[in-house]
Design a protein around this ligand. Structure first.
Ligand code: NAP
Length: 333
């Protein structure tokens, strides 16, 4: 999959949906916050298990996959599938199972007592269980050309987009495990990978560093940041700045992989749900958060895999755990 501006198709489907969902209801068995692969999969499983289920999708139904083009690594699609199409299909599948989907933004939550409250600007919803599936966004460099060439050379996922850049020169920005791992992975395809890092030592684990240092295809560019991305239809060049000398240079490359960390979408939950130092949800047991009846699925807690298929799997797991929780709770009642 290659990051891009392909989200409009998802938005077009919303008009058809008024007849499918009862948008006047406010009380549900399960409320799922977020509509990426984990949210939609949780919706499919919860609704299919007979629970009255609401997905509040936020502003970008489909999540990160809406900003990708071709997905080649989601099983079941021999010839690949466009990211937005995959998300439309997941959305429709969840609706076919009975999930109500509302494309609204959650502005507040109250998980302190049951039923749990999830608020949008105009409505207050109640749920007996909640699945947080709000995902994470790749941290951006915030430089000129980054947005314009997203999907046209600029990528935030080497596993997804690396194969599109066979026999080409690639730049990777970052110095952590992700950057080093991605640089190493990208040498399978690229003629050369330039790893640009802002300091003179890597943050990545020693074993991963060693592997990268021993890889002849990786060239390390230390004390340097990417300050601009240039091109026409696609990116062609990055501008680099040496932070010690302030010297500027250019480097011709077909792709820039930005691997400078992710930002989980958990701001809303920080007062009630246990988060780690970087804001990821800390799971207590399987998909359970620290609060009874509140579950989490996907990139909002997973910093390791971050694939559509793993997010979907986490959604399935959370739904199964919700089923168990609601069944046990009903027994107690
Ligand atoms: P990370 O460890 O936070 O590293 C981010 C890197 O990006 C750092 O080198 C940082 O530079 C650099 N950076 C941050 N903001 C920047 C900016 N604005 N401009 C330029 N560079 C910037 O993130 P990560 O590599 O994604 O790893 C996240 C977590 O997942 C870590 O705990 C990591 O160990 C784990 N992880 C593990 C594996 C594995 O074990 N296979 C693979 C991937 C990730 P500084 O070093 O100067 O701060």
């Amino acid at each position: 999959m290659m990051s891009g501006d392909a989200g409009s198709a998802v938005l077009e489907t919303r008009d058809d949906e008024a007849k499918i969902s009862d948008k006047t209801k406010t009380k549900f068995d399960v409320i799922i916050i977020g509509a990426g692969p984990s949210g939609y999969t949780a919706g499919i499983y919860c609704s299919r298990a007979g629970y009255d289920t609401l997905i509040l999708s936020g502003l970008l139904p489909g999540g990160q996959l809406v900003n990708t083009t071709e997905v080649e690594n989601y099983p079941g699609f021999e010839n690949g599938i466009m990211g937005p199409d995959l998300m439309i299909d997941m959305r429709k599948q969840s609706q076919r199972m009975g999930t109500t989907i509302i494309d609204d933004v959650v502005v507040d939550v109250d998980f302190r007592r049951e039923p749990f409250k999830v608020l949008t600007a105009s409505e207050e919803f109640e749920g007996r269980a909640v699945i947080i599936a709000t995902g994470a966004n790749p941290r951006k460099l915030g430089i000129e050309g980054e947005e314009a060439f997203a999907g046209k050379g600029v990528s935030y996922c080497a596993t997804c987009d690396g194969p599109f850049f066979r026999n080409q020169e690639i730049v990777v920005s970052g110095g952590g495990d992700s950057a080093v791992e991605e640089a190493t992975f990208l040498t399978k395809f690229a003629t050369k990978v330039h790893l640009v890092h802002r300091r003179d030592e890597l943050r990545a684990s020693k074993v991963m560093q060693e592997r990268a240092f021993n890889n002849e295809k990786i060239k390390f560019v230390f004390d340097t940041t990417v300050t601009e991305i240039k091109g026409d239809q696609k990116m062609k060049q990055v501008v680099l700045k040496n932070l010690k000398t302030n010297e500027e240079s250019t480097l011709d490359a077909e792709a820039l992989f930005v691997a400078i960390g992710h930002v989980p979408n958990t701001q809303l939950f920080k007062d009630q749900i246990d988060l780690d130092a970087e804001g990821y949800i800390v799971l207590k047991n399987k998909t359970h958060t620290n609060m009874k009846g509140i579950f989490a699925a996907g990139d909002v807690h997973d910093r390791s895999y971050r694939q559509a298929i793993t997010a979907a799997a986490f959604g399935c797991m959370a739904a199964i755990d919700v089923d168990k929780y609601l069944t046990e709770n009903a027994d107690k009642g």
